[in-house]
Design a protein around this ligand. Structure first.
Ligand code: HEM
Length: 411
């Protein structure tokens, strides 16, 4: 049934249902590659070439709606945020040129591979401690709760100069941001998350103040220094970058590490191949990103009357790009529904977007997944999925996040 009460064929696509969207994606690619979905008010695009071309054409398809709540914010949540002084705006992903170009070039100067490659030994040590703890506690375990939840969070907090004792709050704030923006909540359900976002934003502003008064060796301090040396970036923009990185910098990597183990253990011969030959791990990480990306849908807005495929897209329309579908498009990937860690073109996936907004943290995300897999395959060669485990996913428009990855092993 459509929003207006008439019967419409959505080809099995349920925008917020992340349990197993892939058969619906396949039908959409075949039957309705550009479909207007009146339940969410977006044109849903499912073919690889159309999605890549839309990402690439940033002048016709702006990212200004990328962080807008899918469901309009209710009055109670709006009031809480206004009273709390919430003025955060996207760090980069929803900004458009020339502002985006200016801020991205300054952020890129701070977010250099040098800044995070030095963290590799600490990441390895952190994952080792987590694995040893799992082994000491004995099976069963949960890859998500025991490793993937904290590992990237510690990394991003370290990069931003935030004490790791703040992990629980950062996770609550990030969850609030994810669900308020891409979830399907009632006005009442939004209220606690609105309070969390106010706290989150105040914290980010506080980071800028703290690094002005007492600069640390961290990314926020670098941005503050660039500003004092003449770079054109305001305090509000630095706080917005912190607000973005403290969200984007761990949630999606938590999901990547969880998905990596979930998919590898569902294909035990692939896990065994990595145990036997760790050199295969980087390719496997790309294949996980293709086969089961952390973000399966991302938004754009038409800045003028456009056409995607053969469908007219009127100016100001919202467009939802299903990267999770693009990554299973047989016109690009042979046997797209097979998980193949040796796939030669796995890196052509669109899970990090494409074009001017291409994910700034993609190398850090892949580095962490690689290190986690190197240590897990070495220390837990007999790891396997808990027999009979059924993995659920949180409801969301964009983020496909498992609730747990239950595992067992033989000591
Ligand atoms: C598996 C992990 C990750 C995935 C799947 C992912 C995915 C994405 C996607 C889909 C976009 C939007 C791209 C577009 O609009 O074309 C994006 C942008 C971005 N990501 Fe990531 N990301 C991940 C990890 C990270 C990490 C670890 C960081 C930072 C430490 C990060 C920081 C950013 C930033 C700052 C942007 C905005 C870039 C811009 O608009 O110029 N991401 N990411």
């Amino acid at each position: 049934m459509s929003a207006s009460g008439t019967t419409v064929d959505y080809h099995g696509y349920e925008p917020f249902d992340m349990a197993d969207p892939f058969s619906a994606y396949a039908e959409l690619r075949r039957e309705a590659p550009v479909m207007f979905d009146d339940r969410i008010g977006y044109f849903v695009v499912s073919r690889y070439d159309d999605i890549k071309a839309t990402f690439e054409d940033w002048e016709s398809f702006s990212s200004e709606n990328a962080q807008a709540p899918v469901r309009p914010m209710g009055e109670p949540a709006k009031k809480i945020m206004a009273d709390g002084g919430f003025t955060a705006y996207s760090g980069l992903s929803a900004r458009i040129p020339p502002e985006h170009t200016r801020i991205r070039s300054i952020a890129t100067k701070a977010f250099t591979p040098r800044r995070y490659k030095v963290l590799e030994p600490a990441i390895r040590e952190n994952v080792d401690v987590m694995i040893d703890k799992m082994i000491a506690q004995g099976a069963p375990g949960d890859i998500l709760a025991d490793i993937a939840h904290d590992l990237p969070t510690i990394t991003i907090l370290t990069l931003l100069g935030v004490p790791i004792t703040r992990i629980p709050e950062v996770k609550v704030w990030s969850n609030a941001r994810g669900i308020l923006t891409w979830g399907d909540l009632t006005d009442e359900e939004q209220i606690p998350h609105a309070h969390a976002l106010v706290e989150f934003w105040n914290f980010c502003q506080g980071l800028v103040v703290a690094n002005k008064e007492n600069p640390g060796d961290n990314l926020v301090a670098d941005l503050v220094r660039f500003q004092s040396e003449g770079d054109d970036i305001s305090d509000h923009e630095i706080a917005s970058l912190a607000y973005s990185l403290l969200f984007a910098g761990h949630e999606t990597t938590t999901t990547l590490i969880s998905n990596a183990l979930r998919v590898l253990l569902a294909n035990p011969e692939s896990y065994a191949a990595l145990v036997a030959d760790p050199e295969k791990i980087p390719g496997a990480v790309d294949e996980v990103l293709r086969y089961s990306g952390s973000i399966v849908a991302w938004r754009r807005k038409a800045t003028r009357d456009c056409v995607i495929g053969s469908v007219d897209i009127p100016k100001d329309s919202g467009v939802l790009l299903l990267m999770g579908s693009a990554n299973r498009d047989a016109s690009v990937f042979d046997e797209p529904d097979s998980f193949d860690i040796e796939r030669e073109n796995a890196r052509n996936h669109l899970s990090f977007g494409y074009g001017i907004h291409f994910c700034l943290g993609n190398l850090l995300a892949k580095l962490q997944a690689r290190v986690a897999l190197e240590e897990i395959t070495k220390k837990m060669p007999t790891l396997r999925m808990m027999p009979g485990a059924h993995i659920n996913f949180h409801d969301n428009l964009s983020f496909r996040v498992p609730t747990a990855v239950p595992v067992e092993w033989t000591n």
